[in-house]
Design a protein around this ligand. Sequence first.
Ligand SMILES: O=C[C@H](O)COP(=O)(O)O
Length: 246
Amino acid sequence: MAPRKLAAGNWKMNGTLAALAEIDRLLADHPQPGCDVLLCPPATLVHAAAARAGHIAIGGQDCHAQASGAHTGDIAAAQLVDAGASHVIIGHSERRSDHGETDIQVAAKAVAAHQAGLVAVICVGETEAQRDAGQTLDVISAQLAGSVPEGATAGNTVIAYEPVWAIGTGRTPTSDQIAEVHALMRQRLSDRFADGGDVALLYGGSVKPGNAAEIFAIPHVNGALVGGASLKAQDFGPIIAALSAA
Ligand SMILES: O=C[C@H](O)COP(=O)(O)O
């Protein structure tokens, strides 16, 4: 089995019910995409999105490590499943920075996601200071070791490499820099898991229609986790098309 190609969109804290019209546009424009497509809208929209998403998978943006209980404002993985989600983003850098999530907590959330039957899209990435200090590969190795739980398989886990300094900035690493990190991730996963060679590896950080084809041509890049350019079908559509053609 080769890694599946995945175009994933993370709407972050954007969108109300009116935004679901973008899903209708994507479905109309890409009735049979040559890759898997995933949209992760805000929690308030997961159920309504899943009800109309057709072949587009729907995911949450976070879940709690516990199955239920007194955790005001949090969402259990099983609740995402109940709402129609098949995936959940775990350990996004905005969760790590805004909410102080550690690798240990990220791994616990991924276990909860797996137990509920969700595919965990686990995010890693270095800060600009870490890259400038030459620490990128060590940081990614440590995050992978700490954030990806033992039960991970190619079927229940996707890894997204998102350099923090590339998110929402319009800046992207060079192709060589992306290739270096993705090769490292593939090696680390293959060393640790029997099917580590088949885990889909996404790049995220300022992916746009104009740079998608170049990024998808990089070895071990199996797709993208797209923020801003996933909000509008006219932007996300060409990214889906570029991945389908890759
Ligand atoms: O989850 C998505 C990433 O944070 C990338 O966001 P961006 O495409 O807006 O840079």
